[in-house]
Design a protein around this ligand. Structure first.
Ligand code: MRU
Length: 357
């Protein structure tokens, strides 16, 4: 295990590897609070409540969760060990349905466990391997985000106005981020971008988290309400839209935070490039189209009471709270991955980079 952690990383492992230390993103930007997580219930809750959030970050966290869970069972005989780990993995995997990175990391760790078992390794040895693999997943994420940032920056110009939706920065990954990667890298290289961030109702990831990251990085950052994007586009303030993604289907349809597809439709109307940025682990070649992606529905009170002193709608009003939507691939100018910039036709481009062609 060679990874050296920065204090601000959203997810890291304690030195004695018993605990995952997580930056509680529900408390940002007002408080910087870390949670110590070691039980299965704490892991599930951290994902469900969005203390840990953002597709790649959830994947990195899940990699560590699998190792910490295995550690608890490593004294058992191999069969019982495997049964316990599998059952915990299934529960963890059920915490959020839309971002594929969660099940991707869980499956990757289960496969490693199964390979170890079939080659006669002890649970103790397998557990060591799961910890090593968790670090590899984490390091891979950092490398992938760096490559995405480089590819993305190659499509931008000094002085551009950029619209973002939700948070796809270092908090949602492990460093740099996907959607914010080109902006943060560009800032380091002296580019001046004027970034407008949709506040992103109902949980305000744009206002709370994207603004937090960009202001801290010294980027010119303006928060707008979600319904203002059209006007800014019409006013010529936006030259590119950059968003992250939670699952990319084999045809390029992309699930991301609720509201993303509306931004893509606006961008098409105004002739503004709409870029989706994501790691290869967010591509799910088993999903033929976006219609097959399961959308997470969340509690009404996220709309009704959160952020308001008093409930913002009368008793008896109903609330519909889908957390994600799917952007049709025809609205996407390019999908920027760590394996290159994908252009339409996406079914072919995706099959090529995923080695399924
Ligand atoms: O509900 P969240 O905050 O986990 O949603 C996050 C997003 O929609 C991000 O845009 C996506 O996960 C990409 S993060 C690099």
């Amino acid at each position: 295990m060679s990874l050296k952690y920065k204090e601000t990383d959203p997810v890291r492992l304690s030195d004695d590897r018993s605990t995952i230390i997580v930056l509680d993103q529900t408390k940002l930007p007002d408080e910087v609070v870390y949670l110590n997580i070691n039980s299965l219930d704490q892991m599930y809750d951290a994902i469900k409540t969005l203390a840990v959030r953002g597709a790649p970050c959830i994947g990195v966290f899940a990699g560590y969760c699998m190792a910490v869970l295995a550690e608890k069972y490593k004294e058992l005989d191999p069969e019982d060990f495997a049964e316990k780990v599998r059952s915990d993995a299934a529960y963890l995997d059920s915490s959020r349905p839309t971002a594929v990175n969660l099940s991707w990391a869980v499956k990757r760790q289960l496969k490693l466990m199964d390979t170890g078992l079939s080659s006669g390794l002890t649970p103790d040895k397998i557990t060591d391997r799961l910890f090593d693999e968790a670090v590899i997943i984490h390091e891979e994420d950092i490398g992938m985000c760096m490559r995405i940032a480089e590819y993305g920056l190659s499509l931008l110009h000094d002085g551009d106005g950029i619209l973002t939706h939700c948070n796809a920065g270092a908090l949602a990954t492990t460093r740099y981020g996907t959607g914010l990667g080109p902006i943060l890298l560009g800032r380091e290289r002296g580019y001046v971008f004027h970034v407008y961030s949709d506040e992103t109702r109902p949980l305000l990831q744009g206002a709370r988290l994207t603004a937090f990251e960009l202001v801290n990085a010294g980027v010119d950052e303006t928060v707008i309400c979600d319904n203002m994007a059209s006007l800014l586009m019409k006013q010529g303030k936006i030259q590119a839209v950059l968003v992250g993604c939670d699952r990319i289907a084999a045809n390029g349809d992309t699930a991301n935070k609720i509201g993303t597809s509306g931004v893509a439709i606006l961008a098409k109307h105004y002739g503004i490039p709409f870029y989706v940025l994501g790691t290869y682990s967010t591509i799910d070649v088993k999903m033929p189209t976006g219609d097959d992606i399961e959308i997470e529905y969340r509690e009404p009170d996220e709309i009704r009471t959160m952020w308001y002193e008093k409930p913002m709608a009368p008793k008896g009003a109903k609330f519909y709270n889908p957390a994600f939507d799917v952007t049709d691939h025809e609205l996407i100018t390019a999908i920027i991955t760590d394996r290159g910039i994908l252009k339409p036709p996406y079914d072919r481009a995706i099959a090529t980079v995923m080695g399924s062609r």
